[in-house]
Design a protein around this ligand. Structure first.
Ligand code: SF4
Ligand SMILES: [Zn+2]
Length: 118
């Protein structure tokens, strides 16, 4: 995988981490590490990202034609993004803007490798 493609996936991983962390602080009033529920969600989202069948051609998950998340995980991550997206803009403007720019990337019609279960 080329370096800039790896960088994009790494940026996405950092964005998810920042969003879950912001959500946990605001909604679950944590001051240090994530609560168990958010830690589990972050592990899940990170594993999905690592196993994403699109890899370097990955669209944003919101535009994904497959959506590999379990239904309840999808609802959880949507709640995190709704809450943390606008709040993170001021703290991580570049990460946030690039994430939203990535949202304009068209989803490829088919992944290069099949989605891993989970
Ligand atoms: S398959 Fe779709 S939903 Fe799953 S990680 Fe890749 S882009 Fe996101
Ligand atoms: Zn939490």
């Amino acid at each position: 995988m080329k370096r800039f493609e790896q960088a994009r996936l790494e940026r996405e991983r950092r964005t998810i981490e920042a969003m879950v962390s912001r959500f946990c602080r605001g909604m679950h009033k944590t001051a240090g590490p994530l609560c168990a529920e958010c830690a589990e969600l972050l592990d899940y989202a990170t594993a999905r990202l690592e196993r994403c069948p699109f890899q370097q051609e990955k669209p944003t998950c919101a535009k994904c034609p497959i959506h590999c998340y379990q239904a309840h995980r999808r609802e959880q991550i949507k709640a995190v993004m709704r809450y943390a997206g606008p709040r993170l803009f001021w703290r991580h403007p570049i990460l946030t803007v690039r994430h939203f720019l990535d949202a304009y990337k068209e989803a490829p019609s088919a992944p290069r490798r099949p989605a891993a279960g989970g």
